[in-house]
Design a protein around this ligand. Structure first.
Ligand code: ADP
Ligand code: MG
Ligand code: MG
Length: 869
């Protein structure tokens, strides 16, 4: 097997073998861009390493040595040579890019002898020792896990002693002394001398990259981003170019368009006389890319042209890493840039307008879940004007966030557990902070630029972030922020505007998002291509209106129980439940009828001609019962009976397992009066609004059916009631009667039910609960651990379990279509209706619509369109 490829042997389509970085280095080489030569050790070699008990087998070692020899002869340099030493970087490169998660070693090949050779060859002794001290630190950290701070504190010591602010001020003599101290640290920590043999350094480094695939940060990142664990990482070994050779050298990163807004404008940062991670590490504050035009006009021009060429070549916004060595430009990496939802939409629509991609491609460029960022509130203009600006940093990742400040990832995680809104405040973030970043509403850092760790990771998560806020003094030890005279302590509220970089005191009010412009445009393409309808779950006019604004095409589930809790009617509901006789119950229900009818009229008016599916009362009655003595006494007075009677009735109604108890259609079977009242309300409301000029055809849904006679019995009650109401009103009105499919038995007899039902709506919340036998309300106690330990791949209440629950859905759909073909309408109304992978599944299963909460409607529309592409 071929395990090692020179850069000139690969191309961009070989990502799964060469990793993203390796494939793109090869592609850039192929199209003639200045890339320092090197080779890539494949992901197969990494997987082989794990299979071979964490050893690199001789065959692979041989291939590496072969490619190294070729590189040496191509460059006329030699690893370990004193006259003309070859130095290389060893860079990890996963198939899907994992920023900051894997580690890179630069300047490999240096030792006590080659450093002298390098100094001579470059006529720059300071540079040689600067490179050597960097190498020792990186090698120790990445390959040997010697903590970084041990080295940092030595550097700080030298800077402090000499009153220096920057690394660049250290002299050759300082650097030589630092190298000695670094080697001593290595020896103390590793109990061996720092390896002087360059080939040994190389093999240790390659192995370290393989190992880093399974470091805890990488594992957390993969989990967060749904990246499989078995892909493995490639290793790139690349000849070094040096940005730290003086003032005609430097290093930087740039995006071809703005990753926060999508604006078509080069956005980047660079540092003169610097190497590698200096730019992203936030040690010195980098310069804006545009200023390079003044310092090195030719290089700037070449870079702008190259960026443009890369963007056209890849037909997407690029994230580029480059280095300038003594006035010569080199490209070290390119990839499709990570971006916010806003940027993703703007870039995708712009690229269509520029003729570079198709509408379908544009739709595939925007991740449905990413839209969530745009659908959520922004700060209210008025409150924002009145708010006090505490400080201003870089607008690193847009959005509005308010929360209590905490200074460590652990504290944020702890505080967020009970739903407290938090902001993670750090000097600068590192990959260890990732879990805190997930839990926090927003992130504020004092140091670091637009490409710092915090900024990149926050944008990827769609999390609001203000970075590099130099005006604030963060003390992670005292847990305080200071700005001038103002001191904020742990737990104090602040608000962050990730689009302006402003930090506000206190909790600023928020308002709804704007969905015009390119968002509207993209969604219009989505609706052109989409074949499945998207409805919403809403049980009041406000949510229904919000959903229509988000593009909902109907209501797929209008629950009626929430309406019963309102203050003006809960007494009547309780009377109804506690009644001893049918007459009493009917009387209580008569009070409820006009209220319920008005509920439906209001909803129909908002929805206009769009279909509305109303479900009859579903929850166990005991949920409505009075809990405390005071309420019981009031109710007793009102009903003219003794409180003990009510208490006794409550005890009778109490259930051991209400979720599997007296609920759903079982209520309608035993208390038909309830179904009668609800049907009257639904039909009367439709008649009323139709007189106003609408043309409503109500869909009446019976919950929790498991036996065919349950359905038949309740359907008969509905039909008799409805027909009578319609007849006595002397009007024409069409309505349909169907059922939720949420009990496994209903799936098994779906053909029987389909004969009687006009529609099915898969209630996948209950269906998941009953298929797994997990109580939805208690599963939180173990599901987290189940997912962590990979007993289950995903929480089945969030992502539809296609293997099990999904199989039931498929089976029931097939049985139903077998009986009625297209004459039966099929939909889904569980939480899964707004989850992209579940939406795709529903499309493939042939459902007519998905129904989800209002905020997820655009996500479902996009996911439905993508499913057809
Ligand atoms: P990451 O995946 O974390 O971005 P990289 O492998 O891209 O890690 O390395 C980080 C940085 O190190 C690069 O952006 C570049 O500045 C520097 N670097 C890597 N390889 C070389 C090289 N051969 N010559 C000069 N600089 C390099
Ligand atoms: Mg990189
Ligand atoms: Mg249910």
């Amino acid at each position: 097997t071929k395990y090692v490829y020179s850069f000139d042997e690969g191309n961009k389509d070989m990502k799964s073998l060469l990793g993203g970085k390796g494939a793109n280095l090869a592609e850039m080489t192929k199209i003639g861009l200045p890339v320092p030569p090197g080779f890539t050790i494949s992901t197969e070699a990494c997987n082989d390493y794990y299979v071979s008990n964490k050893t690199i087998k001789p065959e692979i070692v041989e291939q590496i040595e072969g490619k190294l020899a070729q590189l040496e002869s191509d460059l006329g340099k030699k690893l370990g040579s004193i006259e003309n030493p070859l130095l290389v970087s060893v860079r990890s490169g996963a198939v899907i890019s994992m920023p900051g998660m894997m580690d890179t070693i630069l300047n490999l090949g240096l030792n006590d002898n080659t450093v002298v050779g390098l100094a001579k060859a470059t006529d720059n002794e300071r540079f040689a020792y600067d490179s050597y001290r960097r190498f020792i630190q990186m090698f120790s950290d990445v390959a040997m896990e010697v903590p970084k701070y041990k080295f940092e504190s030595v550097l700080d010591k030298y800077k402090d002693q000499n009153g220096f602010k920057f690394d660049t001020e250290l002299t050759t003599e300082h650097l030589k002394a630092i190298v000695e101290e670094f080697k001593a640290i290595y020896k103390a920590e590793v109990k061996e001398d720092f390896p002087q043999e360059p080939k040994k350094q190389l093999m240790l480094a390659v192995e370290a990259v393989f190992r880093s695939w399974n470091n805890p940060r990488a594992i957390v990142y993969r989990k967060l981003n749904d990246i499989p664990n078995n892909l493995g990482t490639a290793v790139n070994v690349q000849s070094m170019v040096f940005g730290n050779m003086g003032d005609n050298s430097g290093t930087g990163v740039a995006f071809t368009r703005d990753p926060a807004t999508g604006e078509n404008k080069l956005l980047g940062e660079y540092l003169i006389n610097a190497q590698g991670e200096d730019v992203v590490a936030g040690i010195r504050t980098p310069q804006k890319i545009a200023t390079l035009e003044n310092i090195m006009p030719d290089i700037y021009k070449q870079f702008v042209e190259t960026a443009d060429k890369l963007e056209k070549h890849y037909r997407d916004m690029q994230d580029i890493e480059f280095t300038i060595e003594k006035g010569k430009l080199f490209l070290l990496q390119t990839r499709n840039g990570k971006r916010t939802a806003k940027s993703a939409i703007n870039v995708a629509v712009d690229l269509v307008n520029e003729g570079l991609i198709t509408k379908e491609e544009a739709i595939m460029r925007v991740e449905p879940n990413q839209l969530d960022q745009l659908l959520h509130p922004k700060f209210e203009d008025k409150s924002l004007k009145e708010a006090t600006v505490l400080a201003k940093g870089l607008p690193a990742s847009p959005g509005a966030a308010s929360g209590k400040i905490y200074f460590t990832a652990d504290d944020v995680v702890e505080a967020s557990k009970d739903g407290t809104e938090t902001i993670l405040v750090r000097q600068e973030t590192s990959p260890e902070d990732i879990e805190g970043m997930v839990s926090a509403q927003g992130i504020l850092t004092a140091r670091g630029g637009m490409t710092s760790h915090a900024a990149v990771v926050a944008r990827g998560m769609g999390k609001c972030c203000v970075a590099g806020c130099g005006q604030i003094k963060v003390s992670e030890v005292a847990k305080t922020i200071e700005v001038g005279d103002i001191v904020l302590k742990e737990g104090d509220y602040i608000s962050l505007d990730g689009s302006t970089g402003k930090v506000y005191l206190g909790n600023v009010n928020k308002t709804n998002a704007d969905m015009t412009g390119n968002f509207e445009k993209l969604m219009s393409w989505v609706d052109e291509i989409r074949q499945m309808n998207v409805r919403t779950n809403a049980d009041n006019p406000r949510d229904a209106k919000a959903a229509v604004d988000f593009g909902a095409e109907g209501i797929g589930l209008c629950r009626t129980e929430h309406m019963f809790f309102d203050e003006d009617r809960i007494p009547a509901v309780r009377k109804m439940i506690l009644s001893n006789t049918v007459e009493e119950r009917v009387k209580a229900l008569e009070t409820l009828l006009p209220m319920q009818q008005k509920d439906f009229e209001d909803i129909y008016r908002v929805m206009g001609e769009r279909p509305v599916n109303i479900r009859l009362l579903d929850p166990p009655l005991h949920e409505f019962l009075p809990q405390d003595d005071e309420t019981i006494e009031e109710l007793a007075k009102d009903m003219g009976i003794a409180p003990v009677v009510i208490k006794k009735r409550c005890e009778e109604l109490a259930e051991f397992n209400p979720m599997l108890g007296h609920r759903g259609c079982r209520l309608a079977v035993t208390y038909p009066e309830i179904a009668v009242m609800q049907t009257k309300a639904i039909i009367n409301a439709a008649i009323t609004v139709n007189k106003e000029g609408l043309n409503v055809e109500p869909e009446i849904m019976i919950p929790l059916v498991g036996a065919i006679n349950e359905f038949k019995t309740v359907k008969q009650i509905i039909v008799e009631t409805a027909d009578e109401v319609i007849k006595s009103a002397g009007v024409e009105l069409k309505y349909t009667v169907g059922t939720m499919i949420e009990i496994p038995r209903a799936c098994l007899i779906a053909d029987e039910i389909a004969k009687e039902a006009d529609f099915f709506s898969f209630g996948t919340n209950d269906l998941t609960q009953m298929t797994f036998g997990y109580s939805r309300d208690d599963a939180g106690k173990f599901l987290g651990e189940y997912v962590d330990r990979e007993i289950l791949e995903k929480d089945p209440f969030q992502v539809l379990d296609q293997e099990g629950v999904g199989k039931l859905v498929q089976m029931a759909s097939k049985l139903a279509r077998g009986v009625k073909g297209d004459k039966i309408k099929l939909g889904i109304c569980g939480e899964h209706g707004g989850e992209p992978s579940s939406v795709e599944f529903c499309y493939n299963t042939g459902l007519n619509y998905v129904s989800c909460s209002p905020y997820r409607v655009p996500i479902a529309r996009l996911a439905a369109a993508r499913a057809t592409i």
